[in-house]
Ligand binder design. Structure first.
Ligand SMILES: *Cc1c(COP(=O)(O)O)cnc(C)c1O
Length: 381
């Protein structure tokens, strides 16, 4: 099956009891047994739920993986990955990453004796300095959030294999439509399903996809033992959202390219971060591992004044000022005070995340309206 066919059909079978073409919302906490231990494969809904099963199979297929596991949020999924580790273990992570991921690593898991190193991964060779006998996991985001750096997944996967270290990629920004880390050698793909996969800003959910059966079993054990599972209604909404993932992503990419060029040519814009530009420092890697450049763009206003950035954000209409990304509607955000506020200012500025940086999640509206919105807001400064 090709991507669009998988988005619509993978994991989804007509309901055996009625023929319903859409997977029902199995809103039940438990399942009746004929005799103790004699049942239809379902015992308790934290452990298994048919609506969730369909979604997990669908997500696995989209990432070309064998096993999918859904969690109550993206952070719930990340939590499960780190729980594979034990005190004394070390993790190497991208230094430019989602603020909540930085927070769970440093504020939760450091307390349990796990050590995290945050490094720029654009140059994979630099990683060798941080790998030692305690290194158990490499965690990468690409494109990174919000600086849109690109990490070479295949190169890092090689280094991880050489050292027997697990390699996980947060694929939230790219989505399986643009990039499949498992095909490039990663062991675990993580998604904040809340974003592009759900696609309609109406659900919070996370997912992990893997190929290795033993790893899938360990993660399924954690999923059940720790209990961060999504409800069936949310699984239904995401199954529905995914049916148009390929169509939405095509438009996100088109609109993203158009807005990136518009901003770059605007006299009041200092710098635009978007991996589709030929002079983006990692453009060649992006071209090699991605099938498009997505709809996420960051930019800095000329003069670097925070007040100017705030004024622009307050005066945009179609770009609503809100956390999150990946929905059909356009959003703008201010990483320094919103998504990345949990990262210290000194750390933020090391990667170029200045206070005047604005992040856009370009939606699938008519792009001329989006450009007009930006043009009007920029005219006010
Ligand atoms: C939103 C996000 C997360 C966290 O996911 P939640 O669903 O909000 O828990 C992790 N990584 C990235 C890149 C994100 O954008």
């Amino acid at each position: 099956m090709k991507f669009g066919t998988k988005a619509i059909h993978a994991g989804v079978e007509p309901d055996p009891s009625t023929g319903a073409i859409m997977t029902p919302i199995f809103q039940t906490s438990t399942y009746v047994q004929a005799s103790p231990g004699v049942h239809k494969g379902y015992e308790y809904a934290r452990t298994q739920n048919p609506t969730r099963d369909a979604l997990q199979k669908n997500l696995a297929a989209l990432e070309n993986g064998k096993f999918g596991l859904c969690f109550s949020s993206g952070l719930g999924a990340i939590d499960a990955v780190i729980k594979l580790l034990k005190p004394g273990d070390e993790v190497i992570s991208t230094n430019d990453l989602y603020g909540g991921t930085y927070r769970i690593f440093t504020k939760v898991f450091e307390k349990y004796g796990i050590k995290f190193h945050f490094i720029p991964m654009e140059n994979p060779a630099s990683m060798a300095d941080y790998i030692n006998a305690n290194t158990k996991l490499i965690w990468a985001e690409t494109p990174t959030n919000p600086m849109m750096n690109i990490v070479d997944i295949a190169e890092i996967a090689k280094i991880a294999k050489q050292h027997g270290v697990l390699f996980a990629v947060d694929n939230t920004f790219a989505t399986p439509f643009l990039q499949n880390p498992l095909d490039l050698g990663a062991d675990i793909v993580m998604h904040s399903v809340t974003k592009y996969l759900g696609g309609h800003s109406d659900t919070v959910m996370g997912a992990l996809i893997v190929n290795d059966e033993a790893l899938a079993q360990q993660l399924a054990f954690i999923q059940n033992a720790c209990g961060a599972v999504p409800g069936p209604q949310d699984c239904f909404l995401v199954l529905r959202g995914i049916k148009t993932l390929h169509l939405r992503m095509e438009r996100h990419c088109q609109n993203g390219a158009s807005i990136a060029h518009f901003l770059r040519n605007h006299p009041k814009v200092e710098k635009v971060y978007w991996p589709g530009f030929e002079d983006h420092p990692n453009h060649a890697v992006a071209k090699k591992q991605m099938r498009g450049f997505g709809g996420m763009i960051s930019f800095v206003i000329k003069g670097y004044k925070l007040d100017d950035a705030l004024k622009v954000m307050e005066n945009l209409h179609y770009f609503s000022l809100a956390e999150s990304l990946g929905g059909v509607e356009s959003l703008c955000g201010h990483p320094a005070t919103m998504t990345h506020a949990s990262i210290p200012k000194s750390e933020r500025e090391k990667v170029g995340l200045v206070d005047s940086l604005i992040r856009l999640s370009v939606g699938i509206e008519d792009v001329d309206d989006l450009k007009e919105d930006l043009r009007k807001a920029l005219a006010l400064i």
